[in-house]
Design a binder for this molecule. Structure first.
Ligand code: ZN
Length: 180
């Protein structure tokens, strides 16, 4: 599309007035997340194939081995669950957090991962899946979708899911603002 002077002025005005809905979301943080960054997730090893167990293991390790002040451990008693299966939806992953309206602290979360959309879009299935799971854990640590930054982020929609499997420095820095 060729942008002439008139259009450029219109676009600037539109941006100033805010009546163009931009695809970029400015928020870095969500309105909810875990209180101290030490979370548990119900054991998934007996539920899934070795392939999926490994995907989740590696996504958990990506956070635990990073310099973010967080820890994810697997516990039989945990209320928090991770579900990987075919969902008839367009998303790759979806995290639902039950949280306190005032503090924003999450008391329970469910991470759903859609094997259908991942299979349809991935060129590297394992990495694409890991990118999705790592991203979903980011939500539990307060990180919002698609932060408005030029920096690399696991929360960005346009990241290459076939290669980016770990939280990036931008993500770690933001998580550590919540967990000092
Ligand atoms: Zn997300």
């Amino acid at each position: 599309m060729k942008i002439n002077k008139k259009m450029a002025v219109f676009l600037c005005m539109a941006l100033i007035c805010g009546f163009l809905v931009l695809p970029v979301q400015a928020a870095t943080f969500m309105n909810c997340g875990d209180a101290d960054g030490k979370i548990t997730v119900q054991s998934y090893k007996d539920k899934y194939s070795a392939k999926w167990t490994k995907i989740i293991d590696k996504s958990i390790a990506a956070w635990n081995d990073s310099s973010a002040n967080v820890n994810i451990s697997v516990s039989a008693q945990s209320k928090n669950v991770i579900k990987a299966k075919r969902y008839n939806d367009t998303w790759y992953g979806l995290t639902t957090q039950t949280h306190n309206k005032t503090s924003g602290y999450t008391s329970k979360f469910i991470i759903k991962v859609n094997t259908k959309t991942i299979k349809a879009k991935a060129t590297n299935y394992s990495k694409f899946a890991r990118s999705t799971v790592t991203h979903e854990f980011g939500h539990v640590f307060w990180l919002a979708d698609n932060p408005n930054t030029k920096k690399s982020s696991i929360m960005k929609y346009d990241r290459d899911r076939n290669t980016m499997v770990k939280p990036q420095q931008f993500d770690i820095d933001n998580v550590n603002k919540k967990y000092k």
